[in-house]
Design a protein around this ligand. Structure first.
Ligand SMILES: Nc1ncnc2c1ncn2[C@@H]1O[C@H](COP(=O)(O)OP(=O)(O)OP(=O)(O)O)[C@@H](O)[C@H]1O
Ligand SMILES: [Mg+2]
Length: 294
């Protein structure tokens, strides 16, 4: 339109300073509009390409998770058989084993046990990344569950002469997924044992605060550097702490634990100082309607 207007003006009109000023203004305006239009087109095509790449990436991620889940699942069954059969042979009193056979079987048993733990972690990660974690929520006693997990983990703590105690306030039964919370407790208590030195203390506490149950696991272990604390729940490698008794470490436990707690609409956090120990705490809402599970 501006071009059309310009063509209609003769030399005399263009020599008029006021008309010339107006023409310059209109030309600049026109150039700005064109520029804006080109930028908008570019933006539109970039957004479309980005959305397409994102949906292809999400699809590839789903395929990867399905594949990992399938492989881990198919590995699990033979591993469970190997562990079960080696345990059976180790406990078979009717056919005594030579010390070498016992050694070999013990190695088979503990290697298959570690592999099952790893495969379970991989399966959990695949399920959670896909957003398929389904909680089995039932009204239950959290203090009873804590007492049970402390008792089971005492066997591990004793090997390092670690004192494992608990301080549990009375709270009413409330709905949560017993197996999943048991998994979280085992990881937090297990970590406290794994990353603490001999003859230290670990304490597990339960209290009630603002409509939530609060569970804390405190140790006097090596502590976690502040730059490492951000990586704890990412499942990525890079944390320098090593178990003090040569225990196994796959580095996925806390990532899975946080997802389980968040699925209950709670929160898992850490406070730690290098050389003084760590406290991992999680909250669980006491009200059923706050929970995401069906
Ligand atoms: N109580 C703790 N004290 C010191 N470091 C800890 C403690 N808990 C966890 N960490 C550090 O955080 C890392 C991640 O813990 P996480 O439980 O996810 O993995 P893991 O215990 O190594 O392996 P697993 O998958 O078997 O649980 C550990 O490898 C360790 O470096
Ligand atoms: Mg762990």
């Amino acid at each position: 339109m501006n071009e059309h207007l310009l063509n209609q003006l003769n030399g005399e009109q263009l020599a008029n300073p006021q008309i010339s000023k107006l023409v310059t203004f209109l030309m600049e305006q026109w150039a700005r509009e064109k520029d804006h239009e080109i930028k908008q087109q570019l933006l539109r095509s970039t957004v479309l390409r980005y959305a397409d790449a994102e949906s292809r990436l999400a699809e590839m991620n789903r395929i990867k998770n399905r594949f990992i889940g399938l492989v881990a699942h198919d590995l699990r069954n033979p591993l469970v058989s190997i562990r079960g059969l080696s345990e059976l042979l180790l406990n078979d009193r009717s056919d005594p084993l030579s010390s070498q056979q016992r050694d070999f079987l013990t190695t088979i048993y503990s290697a298959s046990n570690s592999m099952i733990t790893l495969v379970n972690d991989i399966l959990d990660m695949a399920v959670m990344e896909d957003g398929r974690l389904k909680l089995q929520v039932r009204k239950d006693s959290l203090s009873r569950l804590i007492r049970e997990r402390v008792k089971v983990n005492t066997i591990l703590a004793r090997r390092k002469r670690i004192a494992l105690d608990h301080h549990l306030s009375r709270i009413p039964n409330f709905p949560f997924d017993r197996n999943r919370i048991s998994q979280v407790l085992d990881n937090l208590i297990g970590n406290a044992i794994k990353y603490s030195s001999d003859r230290s203390r670990i304490s597990v506490s339960l209290s009630r605060r603002n409509g939530t149950a609060v569970v804390s696991v405190s140790d006097e272990g090596m502590g976690i550097a502040s730059e490492d604390q951000a990586k704890l729940f990412s499942g990525l490698p890079g944390i320098s702490n090593e178990p003090t008794g040569g225990e196994k470490s796959t580095g996925m436990g806390l990532t899975i634990a946080r997802k389980i707690i968040e699925e209950h609409r709670g929160a898992l956090s850490v406070e730690s100082e290098v050389g003084f120990g760590s406290t991992f705490s999680f909250t669980l809402p006491l009200e059923v309607r706050q929970c995401r599970a069906t």
